[in-house]
Ligand binder design. Structure first.
Ligand SMILES: [Zn+2]
Ligand SMILES: [Zn+2]
Length: 160
């Protein structure tokens, strides 16, 4: 069995296609298809299989894009995809997910006027408006104010 056939089996099984049909499409024997499915957690039927696959994707044991097993690193961030190719393919097919990620809303406090404002997709913004930025940046000395230090910066300084 080659890599292409293995991928076909996974894709068809995720759609709930039976062993016999997959065998005729891939040109493999039904036994080979069934054995492959048994050893790769691709057995079961229809809805049950899809649910099983989804659960595995959430747990990070299989690629969210192709269903192929994913090797998780011992440390660091959990991987969702088996390869960069799958990551690109998946994001290409789910542009909405990317948009949602980028337009996350952060509630921030303006470093100049102290007003709480909402920032879209940028949590490191310091000012609610350009006016506040200009005031803080250029008029600080004239207004005799202490430099602004955010709560996060204070915390960081305490740890240094
Ligand atoms: Zn993949
Ligand atoms: Zn402001």
């Amino acid at each position: 069995m080659n890599e292409y056939q293995a991928r076909q089996i996974r894709e068809y099984r995720m759609k709930g296609v039976g062993y016999r049909s997959i065998a005729s499409v891939t040109g493999l024997s039904r036994d080979i298809v069934r054995n492959y499915c048994k050893t790769h957690s691709l057995d079961g039927f229809g809805v049950e299989l899809t649910a099983n696959m989804k659960e595995q994707m959430q747990r990070g044991t299989v690629c969210v894009n192709c269903g192929k097993p994913v090797k998780q690193p011992v440390t660091g961030r959990k991987r969702k995809f088996c390869s960069d190719k799958c990551r690109r393919q998946w994001w290409g097919a789910h542009p909405g997910a990317l948009q949602k990620k980028e337009s996350a809303i952060y509630q921030l406090t303006c470093a100049y006027c102290g007003k709480v404002y909402e920032s879209y997709g940028n949590k490191t913004r310091k000012y609610c408006s350009h006016d506040c930025y200009v005031h803080d940046r250029f008029w600080r000395e004239e207004e005799g104010r202490e430099p602004y230090v955010s709560a996060a910066q204070k915390l960081e300084a305490a740890h240094e």
